[in-house]
Design a protein around this ligand. Structure first.
Ligand SMILES: C[S@@+](CC[C@H](N)C(=O)[O-])C[C@H]1O[C@@H](n2cnc3c(N)ncnc32)[C@H](O)[C@@H]1O
Length: 231
């Protein structure tokens, strides 16, 4: 039985986010955060991995030369908590959309976490807080190359000379044919976002195009790798 392609959505060559959620996939977070309950669910689900793998990605490089860290798109603050516990001399600002920052304050961050601050804004538009190191963990994979380039150019502009950016993502093999887990993540990105998982070479190219140098990449025993680049 053949289905009329245009009618079912098959064969359109793009995700069906608009039909499913009523918003274009460039605005995927509008749908994900459409209620407090769904926002809480998403933030809670995302944070669990960092209590297991957070120290691994943050120890891939010695980050102690960066006392002021800004975790862009830092969500619930789970990676920020790992960062202050691993680096006693550092302070972390969690930057995210206003509704996410509010939920993080209400449900995930306690006032005792004195070395973690929050800052609300849109990282595509608003001024980025000053920092020695910017973290982008599972942020670039949400977006197509053009949006990543725009964001990285903004991070480069905000970054001090000698400062850096740490990209934390699940990394594809150089030929893109594995690992299987990362390919499955990439399939998930294809269905739900305009983004994708990338190879270290693809991240290297995006970072270099934004102006960053000394790009170093480390895989970890876990699902996520770390890429450190300097201004
Ligand atoms: C896939 S989540 C990753 C969260 C966290 N970094 C982690 O690894 O668990 C992407 C994050 O980017 C945030 N985000 C999306 N668009 C944003 C924007 N325009 N400005 C600031 N944050 C944004 C989301 O709210 C979300 O917290």
């Amino acid at each position: 039985m053949l289905y009329p392609l245009g009618h079912t959505g098959f064969g359109e060559g793009k995700n069906q986010y608009l039909k499913a959620f009523g918003v274009p996939s460039e605005q995927l977070f509008t749908a994900i955060y459409r209620s407090e309950g769904e926002r809480l669910l998403f933030m809670g689900a995302l944070q669990d991995v960092w209590s297991v793998q957070g120290s691994c990605v943050l120890a891939a490089f010695d980050l102690s030369p960066f006392p002021l860290v800004c975790d862009l798109g830092g969500g619930s603050g789970a990676l920020a908590k790992e960062c202050v516990s691993l680096y006693p001399g550092c302070r972390v600002t969690v930057f995210d959309l206003p509704s996410v920052v509010q939920t993080a304050k209400d449900h995930f961050l306690s006032p005792e976490e004195g070395r973690i601050g929050v800052h609300e804004g849109d990282f595509f538009k608003d001024p980025l807080p000053a920092a020695d190191l910017y973290i982008l963990a599972r942020v670039l994979h949400d977006w197509p190359d053009e949006r990543c380039s725009h964001l990285l150019a903004r991070v480069y502009e905000a970054c001090k000379p000698g400062g850096g950016v740490l990209v934390v993502e699940s990394l594809l093999d150089p030929d893109g044919r594995g690992p299987l887990t990362t390919q499955l993540y990439s399939l998930n990105m294809l269905v739900q976002t305009e983004g994708r998982e990338r190879t270290p070479g693809q991240y290297r190219a995006l970072l270099a195009a934004a102006g960053f140098g000394d790009v170093q990449c480390k895989r970890t025993p876990g699902t996520y790798g770390a890429i450190l680049a300097r201004k």
